[in-house]
Design a protein around this ligand. Structure first.
Ligand SMILES: NC(=O)C[C@H](N)C(=O)O
Length: 336
């Protein structure tokens, strides 16, 4: 197979720089650590960035997605090496920007640099190649022998090798002693008659707010002043926030009047936010907040950035959040 290795930095490409680990290893040198892959496949390499992923932002997401789109026709699959810290955001962003993918785009990285004897980088790279060999289509994350839908990946460990979890959706594939077991072959329902859909835009004016009991309502005034067009709010449990002592509900009404979208997801990692259960949730619904259902916070925030480039109409945004595009949300009607 013809595979492209796109490198962007991260621990996988890092070396001790005197002041701590810093990305330094080139794409060529990275590939040389898994040179045996070239016996079976033709692997091309290209370094598009060399950054700690803490510095990777929407500008870089667009660069990465654009390069993938250009390269796609020439390869059977593309592996993107990336720092783990923000990989779930980048993988989500690329998932929304590049849809109807009939090829494998696999993000991977490592917790230990590739030139360290205890590295997990090689296994992760071999797992990424196995995802391509097994035809797992769409944007995924390969880590610790698992293949996860890019919009379902969440980084759960700072140091452990099982650094990513597939949240609210089983993983797509897993390596066992007898090889890769494939549970799902695509992140979405593909329309083979249509080409890849590339929508490169992202609205950078999205704010992510995790509530603390007692958060001051005036925070929302600051969000408005700063020109944010959308807010993803992590609320308590199935969907709660305070209005006693400090009335956040009034501020949500103010945001709605100003046409600022507020999407709501839970501070709980697992299961869905459901605003129909409690009185407080129903008060939120009356303020026209957009429920994110069982989406990860990472996917929800990036989905809002992507959706806001298509519309600012709150009803249309709500419709987009009630639609499953790339397996990011379970709505009870589709098993992706
Ligand atoms: N394991 C890693 O890759 C962490 C690193 N700080 C990064 O995200 O770039």
């Amino acid at each position: 197979m013809n595979i492209l290795l796109l490198t962007t930095g991260g621990t996988i490409a890092s070396q001790e720089g005197g002041g701590g680990l810093i990305p330094a290893i080139s794409s060529q040198s990275l590939l040389s650590h898994v040179a045996d892959l070239n016996h079976k496949h033709t692997i091309h390499h290209e370094e598009i960035l060399n950054m700690d992923s803490s510095n990777i932002q929407p500008e870089e997401w667009q660069l990465i997605a654009g390069r993938i789109y250009e390269a796609l026709p020439s390869y059977d699959g593309i592996i993107v090496t990336h720092g783990t810290d923000t990989m779930a955001y980048t993988a989500s962003a690329v998932s929304f920007m590049l849809q109807n993918l009939n090829k494998s785009i696999v993000f991977t990285g490592s917790q230990v640099p590739i030139d360290n004897p205890l590295t997990d980088a090689k296994t992760n790279l071999y797992t990424a190649v196995a995802a391509i060999e097994n035809g797992i289509l769409g944007v995924t994350v390969a880590f610790n022998r698992k293949i996860i839908n890019g919009t379902r990946a969440v980084k759960i460990s700072t140091l452990g090798f099982n650094a990513f979890e597939s949240v609210n959706s089983g993983c797509m594939g897993e390596v066992f002693a007898d090889g890769m077991r494939v549970y799902r072959t695509s992140t979405s329902c593909l329309d083979y008659g249509r080409p890849v859909q590339f929508t490169p835009g992202l609205c950078k004016d999205v704010f992510l707010l995790k509530l603390l009991p007692g958060t001051k309502p005036e925070v929302f005034d600051m969000i408005v002043q700063l020109g944010y067009k959308g807010v993803v709010m992590e609320v308590f449990g199935a969907g709660g926030l305070h209005y006693a002592h400090r009335n956040l509900l009034d501020k949500l009404e103010m945001l709605h009047k100003r046409g600022i979208a507020v999407a709501v997801c839970s501070q709980c990692t697992y299961e869905r936010c459901d605003l129909s259960i409690y009185d407080i949730g129903q008060r939120l619904l009356q303020r026209k907040v957009i429920p994110c259902h069982d989406m990860t916070t990472e996917a929800a925030a990036v989905k809002l950035m992507w959706a806001l480039t298509k519309t600012r109409d709150l009803d249309k945004l709500q419709e987009m959040f009630d639609t499953n595009f790339v397996g990011e949300v379970y709505l009870g009607t589709c098993s992706f």
